[in-house]
Design a protein around this ligand. Structure first.
Ligand code: DGY
Length: 323
């Protein structure tokens, strides 16, 4: 008799191709109506499971749920590259493997960073609104006007895979590139960007600052009042990494005082319940965490998570093991 398939809980609906694969290889409990699950619901559903496939919105994995999981759960695969929502130390303590989905979303997320740069600099938000609301009365030589991107200086905060892909794209826009990272990257991965070992040294060179680092205890709140003060007047900040890297009070103060010309945000602290003040600012370009939100990329992320689960249950080391 063939061994029973591992039992898997999937906390959100995934692309059809991914669910079909999971349903063949696992006794999978899928989330057909895509309702986010509470901690209690996850714990209840996890009772008879060997594996959990979660998303960055399952924040209880950072705040205590891991200690309460049944002993049957041996692996948690997150459908994301970021894993600040999983307490890795707690998982290690319980000998639960944790995996993520790097690489496959690099290009899509870097594309969104460029969309934020262009959207914030060129006033895409108010431009689109003028057309939609039928308030576009005439082409005008003087208003409304945005800011050039070409020839401007871009500082990349965090030069991992996504930061590098942002640099590659920004090079095509003829931007002068700078980056800050814990360590310099190999020259062929820097796309001509100049390395600054100290973040403070890079800031005066940033007409644009693109946040591309992971959310960690060291980076949470890093983009604060002091940092913003060191940027050139009229700088533009874009964030396609994690919302909690930005201090919302400081960013909103910079945007309303005129210190900052604009911002482009795809991610927010406590999303989707974002700081409501952003909604009334005309110099912010806002997106609902679309970084990896393309069909191809979401399928690739699901397949990557499934590869990790398959490897684990075949007794192999998953490629993206974090524990
Ligand atoms: C990730 O994978 O961490 C992304 O934020 C999801 O879009």
């Amino acid at each position: 008799m063939a061994p029973a398939l591992p039992r898997l809980l999937v906390t959100r609906r995934l692309p059809k191709e991914v669910e079909t694969r999971l349903a063949k290889a696992y006794r999978a409990e899928l989330n057909a109506d895509d309702q986010p699950m509470s901690e209690a619901e996850i714990l209840d559903a996890a009772r008879d499971k060997d594996a959990l496939l979660i998303t960055p919105m399952d924040r209880s994995f950072a705040t205590g749920i891991i200690a309460k999981l049944p002993a049957s759960v041996k692996i948690v695969a997150t459908f994301s590259v970021g894993y600040e929502h999983v307490d890795i130390a707690a998982a290690r303590e319980r000998n639960i493997a944790v995996t993520n989905t790097p690489d496959v979303l690099t290009n899509a997320t870097a594309d969104i960073a460029l969309l934020l740069i262009l959207g914030a600099a060129r006033g895409a938000y108010w431009g689109e609104r003028m057309v939609r609301e039928d308030r576009w009365t005439s082409w005008s030589p003087t208003a409304p006007l945005g800011f050039d991107v070409s020839g401007k200086r871009l500082g990349i905060l965090g030069m991992g895979r996504i930061g590098q892909a942002v640099a590659k794209r920004a090079q095509a826009f003829e931007m002068e590139l700078h980056y800050h990272n814990r360590r310099p990257v190999a020259p062929d991965l820097a796309y001509g960007a100049r390395y600054h070992a100290a973040l403070d040294q890079m800031l005066p060179h940033c007409d644009f600052l693109s946040v591309n680092c992971a959310s960690t205890p060291e980076t949470r709140g890093l983009v604060n009042e002091k940092l913003i003060a060191k940027l050139p007047d009229g700088a533009i900040i874009v964030n396609s990494a994690r919302g909690d890297i930005i201090d919302d009070d400081a960013l909103i103060a910079g945007l309303t005082s005129g210190k900052l010309a604009a911002a482009g945000l795809d991610v927010f602290r406590n999303e989707p319940r974002i700081d409501p003040r952003y909604r009334s600012l005309d110099n912010v370009f806002l997106l609902p965490h679309l970084g990896s939100a393309t069909r191809d990329t979401r399928i690739a992320m699901g397949m990557r998570a499934a590869d990790n689960l398959d490897a684990f249950f075949a007794g192999r080391r998953p490629a993206d093991l974090l524990t």
